[in-house]
Every structure is written in C-alpha cells, then in structure tokens.
Design a protein around this ligand. Structure first.
Ligand code: SDX
Length: 429
C-alpha cells in the first residue's frame, strides 16, 4: 500500500509517493525530486536514507531486534548451524533436511583454492596484516575462476556464490598460517564447515588435530551472528561495486576493504586492544572520561551503533558464548573479561552513554572469545569477513536479480571554486 507526501519547494507543492514495507519505517520515494525541483536531498552519513528495497535482513534499532528472512537471530543461533543460515539468507527459506545435506555437500566441495594461489601468498611479508592479504586474495579469485565471473548467467552467479562461501575459510586459514610461518593445511571433506576451518588454522603436520566440538559450536554460532546486517557500510560497498557489473569476487574484495575500518568490522580488533590498554578495572574511569571528552578522539570500541539505540541482540548472545568458551577452556578469571564486564556496567549507568543510547555492540565481546580460542587480534576482522561473506553475496544477488537495478551514482552539494579562467604559470603569484 502506498500514499503520497507533499513537499513545498519555492512555494510549489511537490507530490512524492510514500512506500510501505512489511515492517519498519515507510519511505518517501524521492527518485523524481531532482526532475521536479532541480534540487537533491542531502544526507552524507545516510542516516535517513533507504538506498534500496530488500527482503533479507530486518533490524529494529529501538527494540534491539535482528531478523534474517523474518527469523529472530537468537532462535537461529540456538537451533541451527552457520550453513543453515547461509542457505536461509541466500534462498529465503529454512532448508529441509535433504536441501541442507545437498547444500553442505556443494559448499564442502568448493573449499579448495587453485594451488597457484599458494604462490600469491609468498609475495607478502610474513607480518602483513591478514586483512590486506584477504583483500588481495579474494580479488585475485577472479583471476582463477573465469568460469564464474559472468554475472548475467544465473548458473555462474550460483557457482561464484558457492565458491566465495566455501573458500573464505580456506583463504583465512592460509592467511593465518602464513603469518606464523606454518605450512598450509588443506580442507578435509569429512568435517563440517567450522570444524574444517578450526583444523585448517590450528592443525600441524606433526600430529593429529582433534577439533573441540564445544569450540566449533561456539565459533559456528559466532559466524551466524555476523552473517548479515541490512545495509551496513561494507554491504553497501558490495552493492555499489556490484551495480557497475563488477564480478562477484571483486565486489566481495571491496566489502572486505570497507569492513577493515575500526568504525566497522575492525572494531573487534580495536576493542580488544582497548581492553588490553585499560588493563585493570581501576583504570576504567580514566578511559570513560576520555570517551566522553569532545576534544579527545578516543571512543569506546565495541560501543555504540548507527542503528541499535538499545542493546545489540548479537552482543547478548556473544557474551553468553564468551562465558561458554572460557569455561570450556578452563579460563576461570580472564582479566580482559573482568575489564569488559566492569566497563559495560559503568558505561551503562553513565549519563553520557544513556543519553546518547550507546550500548555494547557485537564487537565488544567477540575479541575476548576469539583470543581465548587462540586467534591473534589481527585475525578478528578476518573472521568477521569470513562470516559476512554470505550476507554480502545474498545482498549482491538480490541487487543483480532486481530488474530495476541501475548503477549507483549519488550526487553532491558542490561548495568548491566557481568556474574561473586558467592562469599561465608565469602569471601565478
Ligand atoms: C559494526 O552498521 C552496521 O550494522 C555495522 C555492524 C554490522 O554488523 O555490519 O553492526 C558492525 O560496525 C558495529 C560497530 C562497530 N564500531 C565500533 O564499535 C566503533 C565505536 N563506535 C562508534 O565509532 C560509533 O558508535 C559508530 C561508528 C558505531 C556509529 O557511529 P554514528 O552512528 O555515526 O554515531 P556518531 O558517531 O554520530 O555518534 C553519536 C554520538 C557522538 O557524540 P556527539 O557528537 O553527538 O556529541 O555518540 C558519540 C559520538 O561522539 N559516540 C561515542 C561512541 N559512539 C558514538 N562516544 C564514545 N564512544 C563511542 N563508542
């Protein structure tokens, strides 16, 4: 159902259609505004802008609700596994047992990468940031898999999607192994997705590696929590890159590059470094004061969110998973967890954070869990990218399959120099 809104511009009434979604805010369709008024809208951070219609993920920031294809995140995290969530995000429905088995089989058989990619790694310094390696290697997939880069062919799009989801764990594990000077471990088809990833990261040729099922389940749940999140910065990057017709591997590489930023997916690495810098609970007030000081660029990493003005539902599940993992590993009192929980308690009672509706987000607790599992901080955002790949692919597919899809090309408010004549160098001051 739609209605109209009226905008008055220079005393001229402009009728703009209002479109309603299934749930959530309606939108005012301004696509004809420039033609009717000669004016653009202005919304630099896209705080009030819906860039697309979508059916994949819904967030209610005030109520702290996150739905994947209508299913609440806590129910998916509790009852399903990551590949079930991948199937749901890609195809829109939960799979039957037969569909799930077929999907698992297809993903599993795309986990190996072209062996020449091993040589690509040797060009990097061993201390290269793994996210730099991921941006490079994911983009380079389009140099190996020419049979799945034609985006006009639905079959090639499906193969590219399977390859992306299947190969991210392999590339992520290779980036980790390369950074610690250990040999790459090939995927093993008789392991589930997340167990395979843990083995590729932590197995060594010198001995058998036994996957800890509690840790595998916890990491699989962490992947579910990170799988998609509406039109966040990296997803919007993937959609914009895809709108030009770029191949899916290049689009995902662009998403990884955007996710790397500390304001976005890089916050999990930054949050853990912040907790380590604070060190002990008695230093928390000093950092809370820094976070509140307008003249200090310091922010509490893992706190705040553009959409959530309530507790990030993923952060609650993340916190529970953190305790589960620390218990399984016999870590009774993790000083970082002590600092994190004390910091959360103090911040949530502080007027500044209450007034600005700043709550812990998914990145606040994830680092503690991943560090306890044995991952270095430099790998935290790589794991975020691994999990978010299915969300990027699902959103990219939705955009490509939209018959009204056009290249994204925003405009601007120009405040630069007016037109002026060229000045010969001899006459410049
Ligand atoms: C992710 O978009 C997504 O969905 C992202 C994500 C996903 O799944 O894809 O959820 C993943 O990126 C989570 C967010 C991870 N980032 C961090 O934890 C970094 C710390 N947080 C902030 O940088 C910030 O909260 C953002 C970037 C997350 C949100 O920024 P906004 O929406 O642009 O908010 P803002 O910067 O305008 O802040 C509003 C006010 C400001 O104060 P005033 O200028 O109004 O006085 O709140 C303050 C900010 O200074 N503020 C903080 C703060 N976050 C915001 N003050 C202290 N510490 C913070 N963390």
């Amino acid at each position: 159902m739609s209605s109209n809104s009226t905008l008055s511009v220079d005393n001229k009434a402009v009728e703009l259609p209002v479109m309603e979604g299934t749930i959530g805010p309606s939108v005012i369709d301004i696509s004809k505004l420039y033609a009717q008024t000669g004016m653009f809208t202005y919304d630099p951070g896209f705080t009030s802008t819906a860039a697309t219609e979508a059916k994949i993920t819904y967030i209610d920031g005030d109520k702290g609700i996150l739905l994947y294809r209508g299913y609440p995140i806590d129910q998916l995290a509790e009852h399903g596994d990551f590949l079930e969530t991948c199937y749901l995000l890609l195809y829109g429905e939960l799979p039957t047992a037969a569909q799930k088995a077929d999907f698992d089989y297809r993903v599993t058989r795309h986990t190996m990468v072209h062996d020449q990619m091993n040589r690509l790694f040797t060009g990097f310094r061993r201390d290269a940031h793994p996210m730099a390696i991921m941006v490079a290697c994911v983009g380079a997939l389009s140099a190996f898999y020419h049979d799945s880069t034609d985006i006009s062919d639905p079959h090639q799009r499906m193969i590219a999607s399977m390859r992306m989801i299947a190969k991210m764990p392999t590339l992520a594990a290779m980036a980790y192994k390369y950074s610690i000077g250990q040999p790459f471990v090939y995927p093993q088809n008789d392991l589930d997705y997340t167990s395979n990833f843990l083995r590729m990261c932590f197995a060594v040729p010198a001995e058998e590696y036994k996957v800890n099922p509690v840790l595998a389940r916890a990491l699989d749940r962490i992947f579910i929590l990170h799988a998609d999140h509406e039109q966040n910065a990296s997803t919007s990057t993937v959609r914009l890159a895809g709108s030009s017709g770029a191949n899916p591997f290049a689009c995902i590489a662009a998403g990884i590059a955007c996710l790397w930023g500390p304001a976005h997916g890089g916050a999990n690495e930054a949050a853990l470094k912040m907790l380590e810098e604070i060190g002990t609970p008695d230093r928390i007030p000093e950092y809370i004061a820094k976070a509140k000081d307008k003249n200090d660029p310091f922010r509490l990493m893992g706190f705040g969110h553009r959409v959530y003005k309530n507790y990030d539902p993923r952060a609650r599940i993340m916190q529970k998973t953190t305790h589960e993992v620390l218990n399984e590993l016999g870590i009774k009192d993790d000083p970082l967890l002590d600092v994190a929980m004390e910091l959360e308690q103090i911040a949530l009672k502080d007027e500044y954070f209450i007034e600005k509706k700043l709550y812990p987000n998914i990145d606040f607790y994830s680092g503690i869990t991943l560090k306890a599992m044995g991952f270095p901080t430099s790998m935290f955002t790589v794991l975020f990218a691994l999990a978010r790949t299915v969300g990027w692919i699902a959103q990219w597919s939705e955009m490509i399959e939209d018959p009204s899809q056009r290249i994204g090309r925003p405009r601007q408010l120009y405040t630069g120099a007016p037109q002026r004549p060229y000045i010969l160098e001899a006459r410049r001051g």
